[in-house]
Design a protein around this ligand. Structure first.
Ligand code: URA
Length: 240
């Protein structure tokens, strides 16, 4: 059983106070009868809710992609810093979205959010080997030995062992790095361990998803097709 106001919020109808006003105004029906009690409990699986005569369906899993700008920490709240949650438009605020993994404050690019706990777990688990591709500007120039060391699995300065990763030198001071795990400051530490400290880092791809033409600071919701592609094992664009 679920409260009517919470259900309508989760369906994206509005914020809790907007939804309460909509219900009070007599615009919502439950099994065809006007329901003005926001706290009314009902069973979404068997009972029909409508707003202004239009049936409302549960939204299920929502996944949102953000093109993160630098300067925001990946956290749901922080006393001192701006968080990525501040970049979500109002229509997503009540959906209880959580960031999928994290990007450092200075890192830009693709960051997903979801309200689906299972999806979150699958995307961040190293077992699922979801490849994440980064563009990095760094000191020095990556060599064939660096590429081989990444492929083998680097040991970081503190002894942390990384899973095999792909380093693709682009030219002087520029490379792509693809990893399938998300250790703390991983890409920065991997490149630094090969004497290539990073100046700039952007995540460009996660599994099958790319930023496309999504502008910095903007968000878009994934389609159900994109969500199911993300979840299909062996469908990732880059096998590591
Ligand atoms: N690796 C990093 O070093 N930073 C990020 O934000 C993501 C991956």
């Amino acid at each position: 059983m679920e409260r009517l106001d919470k259900f309508l919020c989760d369906c994206g109808v509005g914020t809790r106070s907007q939804v309460k006003a909509i219900i009070k105004a007599g615009r919502v029906t439950l099994d065809g009868a006007v329901e003005r009690d926001s706290g009314r409990k009902f069973d979404p699986a068997t009972q029909a809710v409508a707003l202004d005569g239009e049936p409302i369906k549960s939204r299920g899993s929502v996944v949102v992609m953000l093109n993160k700008p630098a300067g925001y920490v990946t956290a749901t709240e922080d006393k001192n810093e701006k968080t990525v949650m501040e970049l979500l438009p109002a229509e997503y605020k009540h959906l209880e979205l959580r960031p999928v993994g994290r990007l450092d404050k200075a890192t830009e690019g693709l960051l997903l959010f979801t309200n689906d706990g299972e999806l979150l777990h699958r995307l961040i688990s190293p077992k699922q080997k979801v490849p994440k591709r980064y563009y990095a500007r760094h000191e020095g120039t990556a060599t064939a030995e660096d590429v081989a060391a990444f492929a083998e699995g680097l040991a970081l300065g503190d002894g942390t062992k990384c899973l095999p990763a792909v380093l693709e030198p682009i030219g002087a001071g520029e490379s792509y790095v693809t990893v399938c795990e998300g250790k703390y400051h991983q890409v920065r530490r991997m490149l630094a361990s090969r004497n290539m400290p990073v100046f700039y880092l952007e995540r460009q791809q996660e599994g099958t998803l790319t930023l496309g033409n999504l502008e910095r600071g903007q968000v878009r919701e994934l389609t159900q097709t994109e969500i199911s592609l993300l979840l299909q094992d062996g469908k990732m664009t880059k096998e590591l």
